[in-house]
Design a protein around this ligand. Structure first.
Ligand code: SF4
Length: 436
């Protein structure tokens, strides 16, 4: 059978889809890219924002339109938090598989030929981090590594703890095993990810914490570059920053969500740090690692965010050595504390605030790229496009750089890590030449 998998949402969802695809293939089926003709379509949904939920429903309807005879399977966070709404919204037969049973999805779907119904339990009761082993990643350069699932933080706007349950970590032996497989496949960069990755190890006896795990990975796989995905400000410890300072194969890149620069709004969001703490953290990373990329997320239009609070966010971002900023508008999510708060920022004003932060972020990004001109950075060769005449790749500090093929004689082998001198920023893209 031909299986198509459409995925929305975060890196963890993406990795889980890859593992599901492998399981289908291991059972003798062909996995085709969505929307190529399929017999079974799996839609791995997301519910992090109202827009992501709507997009998930749209994809399911599209799959149905593409092939009304096919079996359609929905899984992921939207299924976990709103199965009945989904069944009501789709007036045809669909198979729903909750996050708690996602690791058994392929087996379930293949065992039940009619494939309708609901396969899900209470995700809050899960105590084990489900393993989604990926034996043969699609990309040969970069791969995701899920070391943790779930979240105990309950930020007041966030649906994730309800969709993914409590924090659980993958034992270090399993983590190392997965990286060994990636190394055997020739992968050169691994993105260490999780839903709340800073909680790594807190639920496991005799397990390293996140800093310990990262140090072990860097030491065991010296040819591999490790990049840490988003980490909460309070969990970016001295030990982790020290790894970035001392281990050459740890990417100089941190993504640290801010969400708001107003202490009042941070409290209402149930986030346990202040703007001053965030400022000190970013400033100290910049002092210790001046070439590091430091990115952030900001949530605008939270209930009660008045002009003054928004102004505090803007001035904090403006004052910090950030390399890029992602901005999202607040949207009410079911079950969350903030869903009960009266909305005080209208849609137009919310959109204006998103634009303001994104504009600021774009200027920060350009300034960061320009600050690297003449610097030599470690560059992973991801794609050699002879037709366009460019080699594309990413530096340790997250520059999506380009090299003209003619400037690299002979062209470096794909998937190699080479030093590159950044020479310019053209149309918003850093350009470089191999450094000798
Ligand atoms: S830390 Fe907060 S924002 Fe992040 S997943 Fe947990 S509840 Fe959501």
């Amino acid at each position: 059978m031909r299986i198509a998998i459409a995925t929305l949402g975060c890196k963890v969802n993406q990795l889980e889809s890859d593992a599901i695809a492998e399981e289908f293939m291991a059972n003798g089926h062909e996995v085709v890219p969505f929307p190529r003709p399929f017999d079974i379509c799996v839609v791995n949904t997301c519910a992090v924002t109202a827009k992501a939920s709507a997009e998930s429903r749209r994809l399911l309807r599209r799959a149905r339109r593409l092939n009304p005879e096919a079996r359609i399977v929905a899984t992921g966070c939207l299924v976990q938090v709103a199965p009945q709404d989904l069944l009501d919204a789709l007036d045809w037969q669909v198979c729903l598989v909750g996050n708690d049973q996602k690791d058994r999805l392929a087996g379930r779907v293949l065992a039940h030929g009619d494939c309708i119904g609901l396969y899900m339990g209470d995700v809050a009761r899960l105590t084990r981090c489900q393993d989604f082993p990926v034996r043969s990643p699609l990309s040969r350069t970069r791969a995701y590594l899920k070391v943790q699932d779930g979240c105990n933080a309950f930020c007041s706007y966030c649906i994730v703890p309800y969709a993914r349950g409590r924090s659980r970590s993958l034992p270090a032996a399993q983590v190392l095993d997965q990286v060994k497989t990636y190394a055997e496949q020739g992968i050169r960069e691994v993105v260490v990810t999780g839903i709340h990755v800073g909680m790594y190890g807190t639920d496991l006896a005799e397990s390293p914490d996140l800093a310990g795990l990262l140090a072990r990975l860097c030491e065991t796989f010296p040819r591999m570059r490790f990049r840490l995905s988003s980490i909460e400000p309070l969990e970016l410890t001295h030990g982790i920053i020290e790894i970035a300072q001392t281990r050459p194969n740890f990417a100089r890149h941190f993504h640290i969500p801010l969400q708001s620069g107003s202490d009042r709004i941070l409290r209402a969001m149930n986030r346990k740090y202040t703007g001053a703490f965030y400022r000190d953290l970013v400033t100290s990373i910049h002092e210790r690692l001046p070439n590091a990329a430091i990115g952030t997320d900001v949530l605008v239009g939270f209930p009660g965010e008045d002009d003054e609070a928004f102004g505090e966010t803007v001035s904090l971002i403006r004052s910090l050595p950030l390399s890029y900023v992602h901005a999202f508008p607040f949207s009410r999510r079911p079950f969350t504390l903030a869903s009960a708060l009266p909305e005080t920022v209208g849609p137009q004003e919310k959109a204006r605030r998103v634009d303001t932060v994104r504009g600021l972020g774009a200027r920060k990004r350009e300034a960061f790229y320009r600050s690297r001109i003449e610097a030599v950075e470690e560059f992973l060769v991801e794609r050699i496009d002879r037709e366009d005449g460019f080699i594309t790749g990413t530096t340790s500090n997250y520059l999506p750089a380009l090299i003209r093929i003619g400037d690299a004689m002979p062209p470096p082998p794909a998937n190699s890590l080479i030093p590159v001198r950044i020479t310019d920023v053209i149309h918003g893209r850093p350009v470089g030449v191999p450094a000798t």
